[in-house]
Each structure stands twice: as C-alpha cells, then as structure tokens.
Design a protein around this ligand. Sequence first.
Ligand code: PLP
Length: 388
Amino acid sequence: MAVYLDHAATSPLLPEVLEAMLPYLTTHGGNPSSLHASGRRARQGIDEAREIIAQGIGAQPREIVFTAGGTEADNLAIKGVGWAATSRGRHVITTAVEHKAVLNATAILERSGFEVTVLPVDADGRVDPIDVAAAMTERTTLVSVMAANNEVGTIQPVAAIGEIVRGHGAKFHVDAVQFAAHEAIDVDAWQADLVSLSAHKLGGPQGVGALFVRRGIQMLPQIQGGSQERQRRAGTENVAGIVGFGAAYRRLGSDAGEPDRLRALSGRLLQGLLAFDGVTLTGHPENRLPNNVSVVIDGVEGGDLVAALDLEGIESSTGSACTSGNTEPSHVLLALGIEPHLAHGSLRLTLGPETSEADIDATLAALHTVLPRLRNISGVRPKATVPA
Ligand code: PLP
C-alpha cells in the first residue's frame, strides 16, 4: 500500500461515509422533489445532512445551499453576490493566495467591468486586516478571504477581517474548504456572510460541496433551472453525495486528540525534511493547518520529485493538485515572495487520519534515496552532504 500524503487534494472516502451513502445508491433511489415515499426518503437524507452541516458551522439549515463542490460554492458566492449588489457598487476585494476558483471567478467579474483589488500577503502567507480596511471603498460590496491556504496551510485572521468588512457594510465570503477538515467553524464568530465547503476534503465524496448563505443575503443563482435549494441552485440534488457529506461532517471533531496527533507527525516530518540541505518551510510556522507540511527544495523540480516519490510508494503533491501539470510556479508561492526558481521545487505533504509514524519514516527514507539522485540529474549539487 502506498503512503498517501495528499489529503489536501482529496482525503479518501471514509468507510462509515460509504456505509451511509450506500442505501441512497441502491434502495433509496428516488428524486427528492418527488412526492412519493421514495422521493420523501431521498429528501429526508438531504434534510439530515443539511442539519448536520448547519449545526457544525453555527448556521440554520435553510442557510446551507448544496453545490457540486467547493469550486461551485466559490463561484456562486462571488458571482452571485457580486451581481446581486451592483446597485450599491462593483468593487470586490480578495487576496493573492486564494484558490483559482475564487481568483478566476473575480477575474470574470473584472472582465465585466467590476473593479477587483487583490491584496498581497506577507512572507508567511498572511493577509493583514489593516490592508483589507485600507482597500475598502464605498463601492466595495464583497470581500473574499480563505480561512486556510490549500498549498502552504497558512491560517488567515478571518475573524478580524470579518469585523472590518461587517463594519463597512460589505459582504464577507470565506473559502473554508481546507480549514473545515481540521478546525471548528463558527460563522457568527467570523462575521461571515458566505462560507464555502467541500466534502472530499473531509473524507466525503468528490463533487459535493455547500455554500453557507446568511439569511437575508441577496444572491443571484448561477445555474438556471428548477427551484431546488430554495431557488439558489437549480438541478436535481446529488442525494448520495450529500448524505455522504453529512456523514463526513458528523465525524469532524469526534476525536479531540487528532489535531495534536497530526501536529506531532507533521513536526516529525518537517524536522526530517529540514535536515536536508536546501530545504525551506513555506507558509506560517505556527498559524498553519496541523496536517500540512510544505517546503521548497533547492535544485529539484517539484514534478520530478513527486514522480520519483510515487515510484517509491509515496503519494505527494507539488503546489495544489489543481495546478500541477502546469509548469508555471504556483501563484501562492510567488505571492509569498519565493523566488521562481525555488518555487519550482515545491513539495506539499498533507497528512490524514490513517497517517502513522511509520509512514513519516518511510517518506523520509524515500527522500534520502530520491533527493540526491534528482539533484545529480538536474546538475545542481547540494551545498552539503545529505544526512544518511
Ligand atoms: N478552495 C480551496 C481552498 C481548495 O483547496 C479547493 C480544492 O482544492 C477548492 C476551493 C475547490 O474545491 P473542489 O475540489 O470541491 O471543487
């Protein structure tokens, strides 16, 4: 069995989630909009998941809109609220380290005549709330800041930003797709109006997500069709997927010791990595997701390293899965001020519930095999000998 250290890309489906989903893929096959017993059973599955997720983030069930993933939730928040608020202004603020789902959604607004401010981050990937305050104008209608970064794991001061945005009267969107797997969410403490979630980052199925939309927020649906999801997202619901999302969410926080266990394993892995010459941590040293170890390694190409580790049975990532295959260095690492030649050598290792100490040691052993070889191939010699 390979050592899977790519939980930020997808955290594999948990057995209890599959178990919860199976009846909805077999016997409970009705359309939730149908009035008969099969339809009502499917509707009940959705309602239960909606309640679990709403309760998990401190929201009301009617404030949860199910979508086909985090990308759609981000698009719905940004375009839906951006377009609904044009009578008040056309200015949107976001940050340079957002996921492409946010950045490309704001770019589309920009092409339609909106003004978009993309805030910088510091060398650890943190946004300064003072920069948010300074960027707000009377035309600002929406601010979108992620809770935790998918590449470097940096956690943003979301509550402080929420207070500024609320005080100004604009709406606040938080992409919590990565954050939700590891930390509790309270939409009121964040003063958030919109929060994006995705099931497959928490051991749920791929292709299911949700957007929290605070009661009273004006938002234009982005998919036209039937009246599902209180007319905010048309289309027959992914019933089994939504039920799985609920089951995965219910499990969150059930093991109070898990964040500390992940932190200890991440610490061990990072310590081993930093013992190699030319390895630098990326992201904030403390304010980061407990399962995220991301580094840049001088003298290697991230893609080559991921391929070589794969051959050794270690599954990892360079930048985010959504940007790998793309030879451009990650926009996140560049925003942190990392030199492009170093940013090419990025490695992201993200741990999950099954990760053991033996997995960490196997990963470090594989790196001892692979790194010197790759550095020889690329013609870049490590500045000192790699420890045995
Ligand atoms: N936002 C963040 C921060 C992510 O990490 C991801 C996925 O990597 C997404 C949004 C998109 O979510 P999905 O894969 O469910 O479309």
